[in-house]
Design a binder for this molecule. Structure first.
Ligand code: ZN
Length: 375
């Protein structure tokens, strides 16, 4: 997930704020300003007793929401870390937080533990904040007000995430419960189906009640659950497959100093959307049709391949497992990586080819979900 501001880091984990998060700010300020008296009454105080203005409270609640989502995500990532996973960053966005974690444990109990800890953190904060709210009742109205909504924000985050709609936390717990009995692929498929049914219900409810945030969340649950189910099936199908088996060895090389016009012509002639690039000092990179297409036609004679090629991509070794190479590609959001064998670059591994191989397996062996992997 790129785009957004890097805020700070917590124990070496960078925290990034996605631009969509800023949509929450004006929305909360607006909601507060419109019904401030009702909000105050909800927290058992009166609007006249509050010192801060509705606009300030709208902003403060957005900050509290941000902090609450962050603590929820930190709950997840600290457990992930304790299980030996690598945490890259946390992105906070409109619909909550996304933790970028590498090498997540696929052991059901570990996964359930990691999923459930987020909502538990939120609910624990909700309870503590509610108790504190009662303590300050009638003494400090602003504190009482803030604590009341801090408690409710966290209760909402905690309970909502426990809904068993994969890929929400509750859906992940559901999958871990189903996994020992049904195997990972089937468990994911069932959890994703439950998630889709619930997301339709959420979407309809959101539309009928005019709550468009809920509609957005429903779309996120639908899309996210489907994508993850597909990814799990794909990985399962590719268990034990080595990079070399799926390497495209017919990818033509170009030199970094050649023009983009020439690169485009080679792509057309070889019908390949990617070329290997031999850059200065023996560096190897890749250039894709999209890279070339981003440069206007008329400029392609003047610009060279190394101006748009990517040389910072990781190399996959021909003997690596495809799933490990996919992990590396996911982390950098790459569609292609060069493949090396010894000191030779032998071709390119593309996400497209990997996807097609898994698809083919699914088509020809649809009922083999639980077969032991042939490695
Ligand atoms: Zn969570």
């Amino acid at each position: 997930m790129s785009g957004g501001i890097r805020l700070f880091s917590v124990r070496g984990i960078p925290i990034r704020l996605h631009w969509t998060f800023f949509l929450v700010l004006p929305w909360l300020a607006f909601a507060m300003a419109r019904q401030f008296a009702a909000f105050a009454a909800g927290a058992h105080t009166s609007r006249d007793a509050l010192l801060l203005s509705p606009g300030t409270w709208g902003f403060m609640l957005a900050v509290l929401l941000f902090g609450s989502v962050l603590l929820h995500e930190l709950g997840h990532v600290f457990v992930a870390r304790s299980q030996g996973s690598q945490v890259h960053e946390i992105t906070l966005m409109l619909l909550g937080g996304v933790s970028h974690i590498g090498h997540v444990s696929r052991e059901p109990r570990a996964e359930a533990k990691m999923a459930v800890v987020g909502p538990l953190v939120s609910i624990a904060i909700a309870i503590v904040a509610y108790a504190a709210h009662l303590v300050f009742e009638g003494i400090a109205p602003d504190l009482q007000f803030g604590l009341y909504y801090l408690s409710h924000i966290n209760l909402a985050i905690g309970l909502f995430n426990l809904v068993p709609a994969f890929p929400l936390d509750g859906g992940r717990v559901l999958r871990s419960v189903l996994e020992p009995r049904h195997g990972r692929v089937r468990a994911t498929a069932i959890a994703a189906t439950v998630g889709r049914v619930l997301s339709v219900a959420m979407g309809v409810w959101g539309l009928l009640s005019g709550n468009f945030l809920l509609v957005l969340i429903a779309l996120f649950v639908w899309g996210g659950g489907t994508a993850e189910a597909v990814a799990v099936i794909q990985r399962e199908k590719l268990e034990g497959v080595r990079v070399l088996e799926l390497t495209d060895t017919n990818v033509a090389p170009v030199y970094g100093a050649e023009t983009l016009r020439r690169a485009g012509d080679v792509m057309l002639a070889t019908r390949s959307p990617v070329l290997l690039v031999r850059g200065p000092e023996g560096r190897v990179g890749v250039v894709t049709a999209d890279d070339v297409a981003r440069v206007p036609e008329r400029d392609r004679d003047a610009r060279t391949v190394d101006q748009v090629a990517r040389f910072d991509v990781p190399m996959a070794d021909a003997s690596d497992l495809v799933n490990d190479a996919l992990d590396a590609m996911d982390q950098r959001q790459l569609a292609y990586v060069p493949v090396v064998r010894g000191s030779w670059v032998v071709g390119v591994l593309s996400r497209e080819t990997v996807f097609r191989a898994a698809q083919l397996d699914t088509t020809l062996r649809p009922s083999m979900d639980n077969r032991p992997s042939a490695a």
